[in-house]
Design a protein around this ligand. Structure first.
Ligand code: G1P
Ligand code: ZN
Length: 543
């Protein structure tokens, strides 16, 4: 086997954002684009010589071909071992677990998460570190620097390998092991949750529906929910992974999982519904007639996690991304544990998890997880809820109602304005940022601003400081709005507006969130001039 150096030069558009590098699939397939990026990752992380990697993806278009290319680059750069999911599949949580379990030096996860797949849709690659988590700010900066200095790609001249055949195969001196992508993850869930209790719940007539959205969790959900816990096979929807996710957006929220939502809100609703995204790290939880916001889910799990065997010793602390609602803060206060507020993106939880300062963490964007891995974990959240339901014997709606009675309710919604002209979005944010200091005391559409700032975070472990992480506006009466620009979009800018209103009066806990938040939405438009600047009269997506 020969190793060749292919001359290359820095490429535009390879600077990774919030969560790996997402681009149009055709960009990734362009000559040397993927190769260039992978070589930059290796160069920026001290080279591959003698190292072990985990490799797999969510099965979207170009997944298998990209794996073959990455294997040739790893062999060319002297990697020792690579662990690959059969068929090229690995969910993000399963990959994170495998990195940790095998002591690998890092992992390549091929996914654009919840973005659509296909040759005309999106592709992505995320590099995870030895702790199983996304590259930190420091490591990302080193990779970016390497991508700007790159001159050659080192590749083995080897043939494709059979990704479907379990077992070991060599590429030159590099060992490749093709493994069952589900088995290790299943064992981990068995350690954390009382799957027998969930099986007994289901055997007793409890019904559920899980929507895998034609993405990677299909095989995982079948192994866990059907084969292990005894749910009927038709409890699974869209359980076969497809390269284009059946043409849908594999994003588990009420907009993109509309079929499941319709079922759960209708007369034939099962007891429990859930969905996960393209790479299996996001989750949606919905009871019969009761959608649970991700912020509420995090708070309820924080309150009840001790009912699951993996969390019986209690929680060290919790963390949430800044735009996530403050519901979990009040649970933490009641329990007397620490609650951290971090910038958007799972990588900011890594140091807190590694140092044992937090046990649970979550984001409003359908991400919930714990210290069992270093990624959010969709099926973990599903099993946690099922475990809580099994132990308490209460429905999802009853659990939420009891939670709000105890802690009050944070009505919450995120409004997304997609594909906004990048310059318009930048000016909107810059203008508001420039006026923050003058806002307290002023009223907009009848709501008075009490405080306003531009969120910055100093990591308590490595001391790194991340600035400009979102503009926060607090209003009189317990309302908060956050404005920030997405770091994961692939065309134009996406403006995210997060709206939250705390309500504590027992009689007001079951209102329509849209009604409760309408005055706040009007105030934000008045202060930031969203409709005037973008020409949009309404957001594209409300979740
Ligand atoms: C979005 C979510 C964020 C999440 C990220 C990766 O990022 O808002 O919470 O960590 O996807 O799944 P954004 O597009 O807002 O930068
Ligand atoms: Zn995802």
């Amino acid at each position: 086997m020969q190793i060749r150096d292919i001359a290359t030069a820095p490429m535009r558009g390879q600077n990774a954002g919030t969560s790996g590098l997402r681009r149009k699939t055709r960009d990734y397939m362009a000559p040397l684009f993927l190769e260039n990026y992978v070589q930059a990752i290796l160069d920026g992380t001290g080279g591959a010589a003698g190292k072990t990697y985990v490799l797999g993806g969510d099965g979207r278009y170009f997944n298998a071909a990209a794996i073959q290319i990455i294997l040739r680059i790893l062999a060319g750069n002297g990697a020792d071992r690579v662990i690959v999911g059969q068929g090229g599949l690995l969910s993000t949580p399963a990959a994170s677990h495998l990195i940790r379990k095998t002591g690998a030096d890092g992992g390549f996860i091929l996914s654009a998460s919840h973005n659509p797949g296909g040759i005309d849709a999106d592709f992505g690659l995320k590099y995870n570190m030895a702790n199983g988590g996304p590259a930190t700010e420091t490591m990302t900066a080193a990779i970016v620097a390497a991508s700007e200095a790159i001159t050659r790609i080192r590749m083995a001249d080897s043939a494709d390998i059979d990704l479907d055949a379990l077992g070991a195969v060599a590429i030159g001196a590099m060992q490749v092991r093709i493994i069952d992508p589900v088995a290790d993850y299943l064992a981990l869930m068995e350690d954390l949750f009382d799957l027998d209790a969930i099986a007994a719940l289901i055997a007793g007539g409890f019904t559920l529906r899980f929507d895998a959205m034609h993405a990677v969790t299909g095989p995982y959900a079948r192994a866990l929910l059907v084969d292990r816990c005894g749910a009927s096979p038709d409890s699974l929807m869209n359980a076969t992974p497809l390269p284009d996710f059946g043409g849908g957006h594999p994003d588990p929220n009420p907009v993109w999982a509309a079929d499941l939502m319709g079922l759960m809100m209708g007369p034939d609703a099962p007891d429990f519904g859930a969905a996960s995204d393209g790479d299996g790290d996001r989750n949606m939880i919905v009871g019969r007639g009761c959608y649970v916001t991700p912020s509420d889910s995090l708070a309820l799990i924080a309150d009840r996690a001790e009912l699951a065997k993996g969390y019986r010793r209690g929680l060290a602390g919790v963390a949430r991304s800044m735009p996530t609602s403050g519901a979990v803060d009040r649970v933490a206060a009641a329990k007397g544990i620490a609650c951290f507020e971090t910038p958007t993106g799972w990588k900011f939880f890594g140091n807190l998890l590694d140092t044992g300062q937090i046990t649970l963490c979550g984001e409003e964007s359908a991400g919930t997880g714990s210290d069992h891995i270093r990624e959010k974990d969709g099926l973990w959240a599903v099993l946690m809820w099922l475990n809580i339901v099994a132990v308490t014997g209460q429905s999802v709606a009853d659990l939420m109602a009891a939670h709000w009675r105890t802690y009050g309710r944070n009505y919450y919604s995120r409004h997304d304005y997609e594909d906004v002209d990048s310059a318009v979005a930048a000016v909107l944010m810059a203008d508001l940022r420039g006026r923050l200091d003058s806002l307290p005391g002023q009223s907009f559409a009848g709501l008075r601003v009490t405080a306003a700032d531009d969120f910055a975070y100093a990591d308590p472990v490595d001391g790194s400081v991340s600035t400009s992480q979102g503009l926060r506006l607090h209003f009189a009466g317990g309302a908060r709005a956050v404005l920030r620009l997405s770091g994961t979009g692939t065309s134009g800018a996406t403006l995210r507006v997060y709206l939250e209103q705390l309500v504590a009066a027992p009689g007001d806990l079951h209102q329509d969130a849209g009604d409760v938040l309408a005055p706040l939405a009007a105030a934000v438009d008045a202060v930031a001039g969203i409709s005037g600047r973008t020409g949009r009269t309404a957001p594209d997506v409300k979740t």
